[in-house]
Design a binder for this molecule. Structure first.
Ligand code: B12
Length: 209
């Protein structure tokens, strides 16, 4: 199996080539994390770079994202351990006004793989929805933002938790390409992580497990 087909497939938005390539590689015993970290994620970074060079536009990004998701769907069940007592409950969502969900989905998968029970709130998640999740008993609120214009919603959510008297009931973990540790400190979040695997590690660290 030539995994280049998977890499090229994401860039060209060829959903079929990606799904078939990933399945074939898995059948041949290639590890899910190799497929994810050596092919799918680098391909999506290349798409981002082409977008920045004005070689790709929104439609190309969108079909690339769909192709990537078709590969992720096959990998997800394998990254997720089954039958393990959850180490904690996480509510994860992309913040209000933001529709980017590839990174959020990866974080969600890695969290599940690390033994968390994950409540996926989807995209465009309002501060009130996060507050409700804490009321419902999650231990960690994980927020993703890919736009500088939607990052402030993370602060609004932290403030809403304080206002609801629930700030101490859950840890707040934030991430996404424009987000930094400095921003996390500034808005009073408990943690930041730059990528999906460190996100899962950080969540465990915050809960002391
Ligand atoms: C794919 C993509 C899209 C797709 C999204 C499809 C989807 N289903 O997600 C579509 C086409 C819909 C899209 C739309 C837009 N996009 Co866009 N998009 C991208 C692109 C190319 C890749 C994003 C991505 O998926 N990366 C791959 C993943 C794996 O990386 P990641 O998201 O960063 O996640 C990792 C980490 O950040 C971290 N992480 C992520 N979330 C979390 C959460 C927690 C809790 C933690 C701890 C960690 C963590 O872990 C992840 C895995 O390692 C980026 C370019 C780039 N270089 O990032 C632009 C980019 C984000 N988009 C951009 C823009 C401007 C837009 C639009 C406004 C374009 C337009 N004019 O319409 C719209 C906005 C729509 C909206 N309201 O959200 C800009 C943002 C600029 C800015 N600074 O604000 C970027 C940076 C492109 C650019 N250089 O201009 N986009």
């Amino acid at each position: 199996m030539d995994l280049k087909q998977v890499y090229e497939g994401v860039i060209n938005g060829n959903q079929k080539a990606v799904a078939e390539g990933v399945q074939e590689a898995l059948d041949e015993g290639v590890s899910p994390s190799t497929i994810l970290y050596d092919y799918l994620i680098p391909a999506m970074s290349e798409v981002g770079e082409r977008f920045e060079r004005n070689e790709f536009f929104v439609p190309e990004m969108l079909i690339a994202a769909r192709a990537m998701q078709s590969g992720l769907a096959l990998i997800k069940p394998l990254l997720v351990e089954s039958g393990v007592e959850p180490v904690g409950r996480v509510a994860i969502g992309t913040v209000k006004g933001d529709l980017h969900d590839i990174g959020k989905n990866l974080v969600s998968m890695m969290m599940e793989g690390a033994g968390f029970e994950v409540v996926d709130m989807g995209v465009d998640t309002s501060p009130d929805s996060f507050v409700q999740a804490v009321r419902d008993g999650v231990d960690v609120v994980a927020m993703s933002a890919l736009l500088t214009t939607t990052m402030p919603s993370m602060k609004t959510t932290v403030d809403a938790l304080v206002e609801a008297g629930l700030r101490d009931n859950a840890k707040v973990l934030i991430g996404g390409a424009p987000v930094t540790q400095a921003y996390a400190d500034q808005i009073g979040a408990d943690g930041y992580a730059p990528d999906a695997s460190s996100a899962a590690r950080k969540a465990k660290e915050l809960l002391g497990v």
